[in-house]
Write a protein that binds this ligand. Structure first.
Ligand code: AMP
Length: 508
């Protein structure tokens, strides 16, 4: 099939040709004709499938008629993260090279003033994260009555991040006559309910799920002690001993670990940058840019921050944590071994990761090979129970620690252990305030005991900029974004059922 058979305008076809695309991907071939026919679309597709062009190309065609009015955008695209929003904006610049459209990006971490000025000039395409968009509507600076195409992208990620009440509020601010394009990789009941409530007789376009990893990726797992200190030591060893390491992404499950691992590697002299949801937008973009240009060798990232990013091929992926969602493993591994090139993916596994490792092996339908000794999960479980009973160390702890290290437990560390709920924490990864900074005592002890480490891969003169100021989202999720404050009643969360439209649905 060719792009010219899909009904796209001449200007768009010229931009597609300039981008070097010869054939539409399945999601593009499936969705574009429906979008052009002004139908609602439910697209079941992951990032990497060409999903962005499946809505930007027909939108550009439809936008060729008309102009945006001040503070009344004609189209709205909602994205869960700032990076994805910025990436969609890039897509509009690339594919819209032959159009003269005003595109505005409304994301946190950048000033309201610039965004207001753009809105005042009249916007054809508004790309936003839900929180910042609602801030603008609440300030009376933005009217959504003129929106006639609404795109909700990565809906299941929105759910993970607690954005669904915000999405419901936004949907109600836009006329019912709009066209809605809705994309999600999975269809949990909450997402299905959104679809049933806000889409009208959508055309369903589904592309195959990614549940396999490329054959060009060597996948291994390596055993590590369960303490943060052990895991960081294991990671450094992996980096130092990796063959042909050009660059690597290190994935952590929690953003506070992204920060801790980043600082630790930086202190050890590695060329390293960090990418997580609490960093301001400029730092994130600067770090990504440095990584793309090869000025940083290691990028420490959380799933949500890295999701969907167009990061070039990397030689190695290290999972500092085994992901709790097996599909995230496939997504992480997909960063390497692209286009037939070889790649290496190694996951650090601890005694408590048995369930998650089994989930991954089930999804990819093959066992992962151990680099070195495998973990004896039965004994690891017994050890954990013994540790819990004795409230502290077991004989095995003393064995694995080797030389005695005077380590104090950090406050953040002990909090971790008490509240260690990977699923729940992951869900809030980008949406809640980070835990307190770890106390300095542990990393200092670590640096002291490991000074004799050999020259390391990934070491380099340059490291990421330090302008990683925290941003504290003042949003409406659950406990108001505060990890450690008690929530009274429902907090400021409004249950979705209270927001539901009570009018009877029109028969379609
Ligand atoms: P996405 O799933 O939208 O994040 O797209 C993933 C990557 O595929 C991006 O780097 C796009 O530039 C690229 N891409 C999108 N459509 C096509 C196409 N029809 N042919 C080749 N590459 C494409």
């Amino acid at each position: 099939m060719s792009f010219s058979s899909l009904g796209l305008s001449e200007k768009v076809l010229a931009a597609v040709e300039a981008a070097g695309y010869t054939e539409p991907t399945p999601i593009q071939a499936g969705a574009i004709p429906h979008v052009l026919a002004r139908r609602d679309v439910l697209g079941l597709a992951q990032t990497g499938t060409g999903k962005t062009a499946s809505f930007t190309l027909p939108m550009l065609t439809l936008l060729e008629k008309g102009r945006g009015r001040a503070r009344m955008p004609r189209t709205l695209i909602l994205e869960p993260t700032r990076e994805l929003a910025a990436q969609v904006e890039e897509n509009f610049s690339r594919y819209g090279a032959n159009h003269r459209l005003n595109v505005a990006l409304l994301i946190g971490g950048t000033s309201f003033g610039d965004q207001d000025r753009k809105l005042d000039r009249g916007v054809d395409v508004l790309i936003a994260t839900p929180g910042r968009l609602l801030d603008h509507t609440e300030r009376g600076k933005l009217l959504l009555q003129g929106v006639d195409i609404l795109v909700i992208d990565e809906a299941d990620r929105m759910l993970d991040m607690g954005f669904i009440p915000d999405i419901e509020r936004i949907c109600k601010l836009i006329p019912m006559t709009r066209q809605t394009l809705f994309f999600s990789a999975t269809m949990p009941p909450e997402i299905q309910r959104l679809v049933d409530t806000f889409l009208h007789n959508p055309a369903r376009v589904e592309v195959a799920r990614t549940s396999s990893t490329a054959d060009t990726v060597t996948q291994q797992v390596v055993a590590s002690g369960g303490k943060d200190f052990d895991k960081r030591e294991t990671l450094r060893k992996l980096v130092d001993e990796a063959q042909d390491l050009k660059n690597a992404i290190v994935f952590c499950n929690r953003k506070r670990d992204v920060q801790t691992v980043f600082r630790s590697l930086q202190r050890h002299g590695y060329s390293v940058g960090a990418l997580h949801g609490d960093m301001d937008q400029r730092s994130r973009m600067a770090t990504l840019d440095q990584f793309r240009k090869g000025e940083l060798t290691l990028l420490i990232a959380s799933d949500v921050a890295a999701r969907g990013l167009d990061i070039p091929d990397v030689s190695h992926v290290f999972n500092y944590d085994v992901p709790t969602h097996a599909e995230d493993y496939v997504h992480r591994i997909g960063r390497t071994g692209r286009a037939g090139r070889s790649g290496v993916a190694i996951s650090i596994v601890t005694g408590s990761d048995q369930k998650y490792l089994a989930g991954i092996e089930k999804l990819i339908e093959r066992p992962l090979a151990w680099l070195g000794d495998a973990i004896d999960f039965e004994n690891a479980a017994t050890d954990q129970k013994a540790r819990r009973r004795s409230g502290g160390r077991t004989p095995r702890d003393n064995e694995t620690d080797g030389e005695a290290k005077p380590r104090r437990r950090t406050r953040a560390g002990s909090r971790d252990r008490k509240t260690d709920k990977p699923e729940a924490e992951k869900a809030g990864d980008e949406a809640v305030v980070d835990a307190p900074e770890p106390a300095k005592s542990e990393p200092q002890a670590e640096a002291k005991t490991e000074q004799k480490a050999p020259a390391r891969r990934g070491r380099g003169p340059k490291s990421a900029t330090q302008e990683e100021k925290r941003q504290v989202p003042k949003r409406r999720r659950g406990n108001g974004g505060k990890d450690d404050e008690p929530v009274i009643g429902l907090g400021d969360h409004v249950p979705a059922f209270l927001l539901r439209d009570t009018r009877p649905k029109k028969a379609s």
